[in-house]
Write a protein that binds this ligand. Structure first.
Ligand code: GLU
Length: 302
């Protein structure tokens, strides 16, 4: 199952501690990378200071280590890579692929927030920069778990933001620049980002960058049926009981129980998991019983 040159990554935003849903994405991408004999990188996506929780990035790295998910190389921090995003943006502006946009949020509200043409009477000192999405633009790709996925980007997304009016970099630009710069061959992440992939592919094409393979893992849903978030609503993981959590996440990935004895070490569990992992068994959606995993295995915060 070795795939020469495979390089995967896990790229959390430090907006809170890792919860079971984000750890599921970390475990899935780690298993796929290691099973392919490849590398697995960690990148902290800290480009949104207003949403950043102090100490969260280090806590996320500590959690990964406690769960035995060790990365290769140095951790990359997006906050230190603005020069790369600026260079990409300059190219897109010079090519005419990107443009300054003075439209306010309220001006776009009538079109459901989808930008197709600038509203001429608006002019602001702090324009956003968007990628121009041509009329009729349809992007399709083959996801390893979801199969063929297609999106009409002009109708469903519109011209999308690369640099926000507050000067912050948009996730879409930063992730594309970094995945290419770091030589990522396989993007494995949560299915909440499935609909971002066509945007990222358009940017890759506009910048002449390769498109990695994609696998979007099932999301864990909270009791309300919504995706767990790293915000206050999602309880952090207990790092003192990593095996119980790893077993639950293994179930959520659709895998058969491991014959791993009563209490192996985390490293021994992961070794067995690597030998037994069957990517073709990963479901589109996590079974309901998995959805509660974070509740039974979490500590309540004061
Ligand atoms: N930073 C994103 C998140 O925490 C993930 C980005 C990605 O994997 O492409 O949801």
């Amino acid at each position: 199952m070795s795939r020469p040159g495979y390089r995967g990554r896990f790229a959390p935003s430090p907006s809170g501690p890792l919860h079971a849903g984000s750890l599921l994405a970390a475990l899935g991408s780690w298993l796929l990378a290691r099973q392919a004999g490849g590398e697995w990188l960690v990148r902290i996506e800290d480009i949104d200071p207003p949403r950043e929780v102090p100490g969260a990035a280090q806590a996320q790295l500590d959690t990964l280590a406690a769960f035995g998910l060790h990365h290769d190389g140095e951790v990359a921090y997006q906050s230190r890579r603005g020069h790369l995003y600026q260079a990409a943006l300059d190219r897109l502006l010079a090519d005419g692929a990107a443009f300054e946009c003075h439209c306010s949020r309220s001006a776009l509200a009538t079109a459901g927030g989808i930008h197709r043409r600038c509203v001429p009477r608006h002019r602001r000192p702090d324009p956003a920069i968007r990628l121009r999405v041509p009329d009729g633009c349809s992007v399709a790709f083959d996801d390893a778990i979801h199969g063929r996925v297609a999106q009409r980007v002009d109708l469903e997304v519109g011209d999308f933001v690369l640099r926000r009016s507050d000067g912050l970099w948009a996730y879409q630009l930063a992730v594309v620049v970094d995945d290419a710069d770091q030589g990522i061959t396989d993007v494995v992440r949560g299915a909440d980002l499935l609909d971002s992939t066509p945007r990222q592919m358009l940017l890759q094409q506009a910048l002449g960058l390769p498109t990695p393979r994609h696998a979007h893992l099932p999301l864990l849903l909270g009791a309300d049926g919504r995706k767990l978030s790293k915000s206050e609503a999602a309880l952090p993981l207990r790092v003192d009981e990593p095996l119980a959590t790893l077993r639950r996440l293994w179930d959520c990935l659709g895998q058969s129980p491991l014959a791993d004895g009563a209490s192996p070490s985390v490293a021994a569990f992961l070794d067995r998991a690597l030998a037994a992992f069957r990517p073709d068994r990963v479901p589109l959606r996590a079974p309901r019983v998995c959805a509660a995993a974070h509740n039974t295995n979490a500590v309540t915060r004061a």
